[in-house]
Design a protein around this ligand. Structure first.
Ligand SMILES: [Zn+2]
Length: 252
């Protein structure tokens, strides 16, 4: 196996992968954290048959890059997931695991060396596969009901500065309580519809239920990371609306 990137990388082939769904093209770049104690253990796990998971790349805390699955192939990193109508995210994505112990262990800032490597690899992949900015996503965006990686400490704004991903400066937090669990009405339906329009799995039921709270939490982790509380306050809604307004029309 040879690396697909011209960046310096070692290859450590994974056991779990297969051809992508017939006709599927890479349209999504999906970022994860490993959520494990060490990058070495994460590579071993991601490459083992018994794990039933795998990923194309892993970047350790020092910025060293390991490729485990060929970009041509379908790796098993997204699991049960959804974005803009697509449920087989593995068939249409390239996955990068960024080593970090994660929320369950000792969630920590992503070191500068690591972020430099993440940025370089993302720039490379996005250019080679012509991935649209709004389709560079976190695992929590496509599976908000069960995932929180790469999480609110991940610097999406920095990546956007390098031309990777869709970003607007988050609106100022005003301290209003906003909408939350149990609220009902047309404003809730409107919020749910806007989240769905952006790509999230969100049904415009008009009831702020647990699923809505998960989606709002995922949105905040990515786009308004200063406060992640699952409540749709002015700042959250304003940030979402500016993202929607600034997004190129689908298909263009
Ligand atoms: Zn993940």
């Amino acid at each position: 196996m040879q690396p697909d990137t011209s960046l310096e990388a070692v290859c450590y082939p994974a056991a779990n992968f297969e051809p992508r769904r017939e006709g599927a093209l890479v349209s999504i770049l999906l970022l994860h954290y490993t959520g494990m104690a060490s990058a070495e253990k994460a590579v071993e796990w991601l490459c083992s048959a018994e794990s039933r998971v795998s990923c194309h790349y892993l970047i350790d805390e020092a910025g060293r890059l390991t490729q485990m699955v060929s970009e041509q192939m379908r790796a098993w990193h997204a699991g049960d997931s959804y974005w803009a109508g697509e449920t087989d995210i593995n068939s249409v994505s390239i996955g990068i695991e960024i080593h970090n112990p994660g929320h369950g262990l000792a969630y920590s800032n992503f070191p500068e060396k690591q972020m430099q490597a993440v940025e370089a690899l993302c720039v490379d992949i996005v250019a080679r596969h012509r991935i649209r900015p709004e389709l560079v996503l976190g695992h929590s965006d496509v599976a908000p009901w069960r995932k929180s990686d790469p999480g609110e400490k991940f610097d999406w704004g920095r990546l956007a500065g390098a031309g990777v991903g869709h970003w607007v400066e988050p609106a100022r937090i005003e301290g209003d309580a906003g909408f939350g669990l149990g609220d009902e009405g047309p404003e809730i339906a409107g919020l749910q519809q806007q989240l769905a329009d952006y790509g999230y799995r969100s049904e415009a039921s008009g009831v702020f239920d647990e699923a809505t709270e998960f989606v709002v939490t995922a949105f905040q982790r990515h786009f308004r990371p200063a406060l992640v509380n699952g409540r749709a306050d002015h700042s959250t809604i304003d940030t979402l609306q500016r993202l929607l307004a600034g997004r190129p029309l689908l298909g263009s």
